[in-house]
Design a protein around this ligand. Structure first.
Ligand SMILES: NC(=O)c1ccc[n+]([C@@H]2O[C@H](COP(=O)([O-])OP(=O)(O)OC[C@H]3O[C@@H](n4cnc5c(N)ncnc54)[C@H](O)[C@@H]3O)[C@@H](O)[C@H]2O)c1
Length: 767
């Protein structure tokens, strides 16, 4: 059973947007009906795009007309749609003729009606909107009131209390979301707090010659009195009225066409003052701490006045000027009574709780080719196959493909054998890149000369371009230098004249927990355009149980690299602390433990250096985009120097005790994995030999290590001292009889300080 969302005007589109995002996030089945009560492209199509909303499934194309004509037309056209779709609930927002007609049609068909922004009253029945509000409130099943004031109004009108829910206003959700992205349009040449924003479109202000005269007088007097530009994004109806009248605008009034919502949000957020006859804008200005003067005699948003954010001035020029003076001098320190940006979440929670039949969208099945079957690509391919997609796994390594075809896994990972057993028969493995509708690229991105080597990604992308069709989705999962999708891949596609949807969805899983994390972590899905994001969100939502977060490609690229860079810097700090504590003769682990008792401090642990192909590599993707001497580069230098520091410490212990031979336990780049890429242990072993010591290494898990690995008995027989470089859990079964040094190069047995070892290993040492 689905939810129908009905809109007709620009404010409705803006205010239902967070509901649509929330339904999408929860993968609930819904569709949008647009009456097209506002019908110019600037007034709605642009808003759908700006707000990243799916196109309406039905467009009624009613256009403008008298109230009866418009309402009747919508009723006639929407009823058969509801009869055909039979949604479980219809959501309407506000007080337009669309709201009235959709509410009446749904109610008469026995479909539940949810009225968003219920209970608003101006008590002015000359406003047609008041009639619409009252009627829709009284036929609705869910009344979503903004504040307690509307809640009380509805109760006083006899609405059953079970139907009323005070949830805030969805426009605050939209505004807060937009504020993240919006920037003042450059062509307007505006400076923050140095202009007045004016909007006006109420029939009572501009539809008759008499009211228009007062209105023009009032706004012209604002323009001449305050030495600031008055920016007037004009509604087409007002423009027409002024054009056909003898009035003209004062020279300080800058008339501009209606703006995109993003641009308008920025204009509003940066204005010194808002003068408006709109209802919604009073709230939005209040939420953004912009003083407001309302050029009406009444308001259905009295809370804005009560908190000091707004003043009712009517249309008399003198009163308007006085009100502007007052608001310009008022402190902007009110609190917003309309919610905290979580209204849509609350509304959908209430619907889901009360209508258990609401169900998830039927998941689209895709043909997907996963390019690169490494630590990340293989689990991804299997998860997609498990979710029911038709998956082909492609790799240039014939050896890997042969292993997989024979039913063998090329590496260890908890849960991978089980997933392989489950999904293996629904996936094909091949050294040929199969044509699909979606492609995921998960190939290496190493560094070359301390820069991101994109050659693997470029080659894989070009191979995809050879087989794909227009409109196919190509997602890069590999970690890439910020800007790669836009500046490298899109031009490659353009060169081949392939119109594909490009997106970046960075891998954020950790070896040892890859499968769980691929499924449950929040996933960033950044498309180069709205359609790419949408297609990628659709694909990831089919198997990801964590939050799927739509964003823009470069933002996703940067966010991924920033995560690992942050960790690298934090580890470098811990390593520097360790060097300081060494000189002071105290324990770095104790210092960090105590510092982390502070609720806002979270220092990571010092170690032997940073390994793996993420934290040790990704920061270089940022360093290459920066001036020299950056904090990020400094952290890399500190961490890269760490194996040398540890080797020096070990050599010191050996010299002091006359030891000549060191046995190293653990060579993988971290505990409990087999991966040895960029492992610092290799550098430590090399450096120990350079310092004149003999070294042997043992690791029961590691693969592809560049030195010989021996068994544990050989270590016991050979070594004078054992260095536990990586604390694999399996070491807890070992019985160690030699002097032992922990991963910080600190002697253990001599000082009985086992604190940095796993509990199990400590026990075995005591035994
Ligand atoms: N492994 C991780 O923990 C992890 C975590 C986060 C992000 N990442 C990122 O994910 C990407 C992949 O990492 P990985 O660890 O899975 O790498 P990997 O080295 O384990 O696997 C890469 C695979 O790609 C194959 N390959 C190379 N070029 C190819 C091509 N042109 N066509 C088809 N296959 C090709 C290789 O044969 C190999 O099997 C990297 O960018 C890495 O930084 C990895």
């Amino acid at each position: 059973m689905s939810v129908a969302i009905v809109v007709g005007t620009r404010p409705e589109i803006i205010k239902v947007a967070p509901l649509v995002w929330e339904l999408e996030k929860r993968n609930l089945d819904f569709f949008i009906v647009h009456s097209n009560q506002h019908y110019s492209p600037e007034m709605d199509a642009v808003f759908f795009e700006d707000l990243n909303l799916p196109a309406p499934k039905y467009n009624l194309h009613v256009g403008s007309g008298s109230h009866g004509n418009q309402t009747g037309n919508i009723l006639i056209k929407i009823e058969p749609i509801f009869e055909k779709e039979m949604p479980k609930a219809v959501l309407v927002q506000g007080d337009t003729n669309t709201v009235l007609a959709a509410g009446m049609a749904a109610s008469k068909l026995g479909i539940l009606v949810g009225h968003v922004e219920a209970g608003l009253r101006s008590y002015d029945r000359t406003m047609p909107e008041e009639t619409n509000r009252v009627i829709v409130d009284h036929l609705s099943d869910f009344l979503f009131a903004v504040t307690d004031k509307q809640h009380q109004i509805l109760l006083s009108e006899g609405v059953e209390k079970e139907k009323i829910h005070t949830v805030g206003n969805t426009v605050i959700d939209t505004l807060y979301q937009m504020r993240e992205y919006a920037e003042l349009p450059l062509d307007l040449q505006l400076a923050k707090d140095e202009y007045v924003l004016l909007t006006a479109h109420r029939a009572s202000n501009v539809d008759s010659e008499a009211s228009l005269m007062s209105f023009m007088e009032a706004i012209n007097s604002i323009a001449s009195r305050f030495e600031m530009p008055v920016l007037f994004p004009i509604h087409p109806r007002t423009a027409k009225m002024v054009e056909n009248s003898p009035h003209s605008f004062h020279k300080n009034i800058r008339v501009i066409p209606p703006q995109s919502y993003k641009a308008f949000s920025a204009i509003l957020a940066n204005a010194r003052l808002v003068v408006t006859d709109s209802g919604g804008l009073q709230e939005e200005a209040c939420a953004l701490q912009v003083p407001c003067v309302t050029i009406r005699e009444n308001t259905e948003r009295p809370e804005t006045i009560e908190v000091g954010a707004n003043i009712l001035a009517g249309i008399d020029p003198e009163k308007v000027i006085d009100a502007c003076e007052l608001m310009l001098n008022r402190a902007r320190d009110w609190s917003c009574p309309f919610g905290d940006g979580t209204t849509a979440r609350k509304i959908i929670d209430i619907l889901q709780k009360n209508i258990p039949e609401l169900h998830s969208k039927s998941k689209d099945k895709h043909a997907v080719t996963v390019v690169g079957l490494g630590y990340m690509g293989l689990p991804m391919a299997l998860l997609l196959a498990e979710a029911g997609h038709d998956v082909s796994g492609f790799d240039i390594s014939k050896k890997k493909i042969d292993m997989l075809v024979d039913g063998n896994l090329p590496f260890d990972e908890p849960g991978l054998p089980e997933l392989f057993a489950k999904a293996r028969n629904s996936i094909e493995f091949s050294t040929n890149l199969r044509k699909s509708d979606s492609y995921l690229i998960s190939v290496p991105t190493p560094i070359k000369d301390r820069k991101c080597d994109l050659s693997y990604v470029e080659r894989a992308f070009e191979a995809v371009l050879e087989v794909c069709d227009t409109g196919d989705l190509v997602v890069v999962e590999s970690t890439i230098r910020p800007g790669t999708c836009r500046d490298v891949l899109q031009p490659l596609a353009d060169k081949k004249n392939k119109q594909v949807l490009i997106a970046h969805c960075p891998e954020r899983a950790i070896p040892g927990s890859t499968i769980h994390e691929l499924k449950h972590n929040a996933r960033l899905v950044g498309g180069l355009c709205a359609d790419s994001t949408k297609a990628a969100v659709n694909l990831y939502s089919s198997f990801v149980e964590g939050e799927v977060v739509p964003c823009e490609a470069t933002t996703a690229e940067l966010a991924k690299v920033a995560e690992n860079t942050f960790r690298d810097i934090n580890i470098a700090f811990a390593n520097q602390l360790d060097a300081i504590t060494e000189d002071l003769g105290v324990s770095s682990l104790d210092v960090i433990k105590l510092a982390n008792l502070h609720p806002r401090v979270s220092i990571l642990q010092p170690g032997i250096g940073v390994g793996g192909h993420c934290i040790a590599i990704d920061p270089w993707f940022l360093i290459e985009q920066q001036e020299e001497g950056s904090l990020i580069e400094e952290a890399r230098v500190v961490n890269d120097a760490r194996p040398g520091v540890i080797a020096q410490r070990l050599a010191k212990v050996c010299n002091e005790n006359g030891y000549k031979r060191v046995g190293i336990l653990g060579v993988a780049y971290k505990p409990n994995v087999d991966d040895t890429r960029e492992t610092p242990v290799l550098h430590i072993a090399d450096e120990l030999e350079r310092l004149g010591l003999e070294v042997v290494c043992h690791d029961p898990l590691a693969v592809n290590f560049d030195r010989e690995l021996v068994d544990f008995q050989a270590i016991e027989d050979f070594a004078d001292l054992i260095f536990v470089a990586v604390e694999h859990d399996v070491f807890s079964d070992y019985r160690i009889s030699k002097p032992l040094v922990n991963k910080l190069g600190k002697p253990l047995i001599q000082f009985s300080s086992y604190h940095s070892l796993p509990e199990t290993l400590k026990k075995s040492l005591r035994a």
